[in-house]
Design a protein around this ligand. Structure first.
Ligand SMILES: Nc1ncnc2c1ncn2[C@@H]1O[C@H](COP(=O)(O)OP(=O)(O)O)[C@@H](O)[C@H]1O
Ligand SMILES: [Mg+2]
Length: 374
């Protein structure tokens, strides 16, 4: 089996013609070849690159219409690809998500019956809880391109230019039948600091409102903010659908561990235990810790040491992740983990044995030893 050379040529040709659709297709075909040839890690990297890199619209032929900041000449909008990792939400989140998709799909029917509302979805929650990922899933579900606008970059320029920037973004996107994703919405609210007058803030808020109101009723706008309470109520009202992505609850945390750490294979039900002991972590935190434990296993050609992840979770932490140690736990560390799981979470015996990969007898011995010490 060899690499299909025509895919390499196609990739070079597409890149030089600045045709990003072809670049993606050729790169994915090449990644598949590499994968088949056992070059799995480079294949993965290539796929990740294709997925993560936003497409520079300027290069993809939108030269005339691409909105740029008049000072910096930086693009105000970027197209991003659809996500290829799943999103985990609590039940309330799923309800709103599926309602929104269903309503968006039948917007014409609903309008005809006078039942349509604006297709505005507001996502709020702390960093790393999946707001950007969810916006990507909305676009994917609706098979529309995803155009991302970072409000902070739109606004950081001179205030007078801000209104112009906002208008040019809103003029540009609807014509492309896209999902418009307004990220960092709170940037508008943050203008309320002492460097700006209240009047200036009002003008920016009004421009955003006017721009939203000027959109066609079938336009889809998703906005994200870390601080929902800072948003101007007039903006808030323009998003009839809302999902609060708080820090994940125990069962969503278990879903996240199952996916990121156990790679969707967890016959032994260990992910639930990880869900219990990881309160306060965001989805991004869980992803970071999982990938780091999996990397250690690759570097040292061994299985993942789940105990090392639990040991990190048991360290004192205030919501943040703790680095996962590189070496597998030694016997004394396993003993400490067994004791802490028992004392803090009343987890013992068989459950601890499964996590630490030792026999149940060993756990009893650890805990007995502990009693002996008291
Ligand atoms: N609820 C979730 N479900 C699945 N993955 C998640 C979730 N929350 C966070 N992640 C992981 O963390 C990464 C960063 O999340 P992101 O969407 O950028 O968060 P935010 O936009 O809220 O700051 C995601 O790409 C994903 O890998
Ligand atoms: Mg984000």
């Amino acid at each position: 089996m060899t690499i299909e050379m025509k895919n390499v040529l196609e990739l070079a040709d597409a890149a030089l013609s600045a045709d990003y659709t072809r670049v993606r297709r050729a790169a994915n075909a090449l990644a598949r070849d590499l994968d088949k040839n056992g070059e799995t890690s480079i294949a993965k990297e290539l796929k990740a690159l294709v997925r993560k890199r936003g497409v520079p619209l300027k290069a993809s032929g939108y030269v005339e219409s691409l909105p740029v900041d008049s000072k910096s000449r930086l693009p105000l909008v970027e197209e991003q690809t659809w996500p290829d990792t799943p999103i985990f939400l609590n039940e309330g989140g799923w309800h709103v998500f599926s309602d929104f998709i269903a309503d968006a799909r039948r917007i014409d029917d609903l309008s005809a019956k006078g039942l349509a509302s604006r297709l505005g979805l507001l996502l709020s929650g702390p960093p790393g809880t999946g707001k950007s990922l969810l916006a990507g899933h909305i676009a994917a579900q609706l098979s529309r391109p995803l155009y991302v606008v970072r409000l902070d970059s739109v606004i950081s320029s001179l205030l007078g230019d801000t209104a112009k920037n906002i208008r040019s973004v809103f003029d540009f996107v609807p014509a492309r039948n896209a999902v418009l994703f307004l990220d960092e919405m709170d940037a508008v609210a943050k203008l309320r600091d002492d460097r700006h007058e209240l009047g200036e803030l009002k003008r920016v808020v009004n421009t955003v409102i006017q721009a939203l109101d000027g959109l066609d009723p079938s336009s889809i706008v998703v906005a994200a903010t870390n601080h929902a309470h800072l948003l101007d109520p007039a903006i808030w009202r323009r998003f009839p659908y809302k999902i609060e992505l708080g820090l994940p609850d125990e069962s969503v945390r278990a879903d996240l561990w199952r996916h990121f750490l156990f790679e969707d294979k967890d016959e032994e039900g260990r992910a639930e235990l990880f869900g219990v002991v990881s309160e306060g972590l965001s989805g991004a935190d869980i992803e970071t810790m999982s990938l780091s434990a999996r990397r250690h296993a690759v570097h040292e050609s061994r299985n993942i040491d789940f105990g090392a992840v639990v040991a990190a979770l048991l360290e004192p932490r205030s919501g943040r992740t703790v680095p996962v140690q590189r070496q597998p736990l030694d016997a004394e560390q396993k003993r400490q983990v067994a004791i802490a799981l028992k004392e803090k979470y009343a987890i013992g015996g068989a459950d601890t044995a499964r996590i630490l990969g030792v026999s149940r007898q060993a756990i009893y011995a650890y805990l007995k030893q502990q009693e002996g010490e008291v």
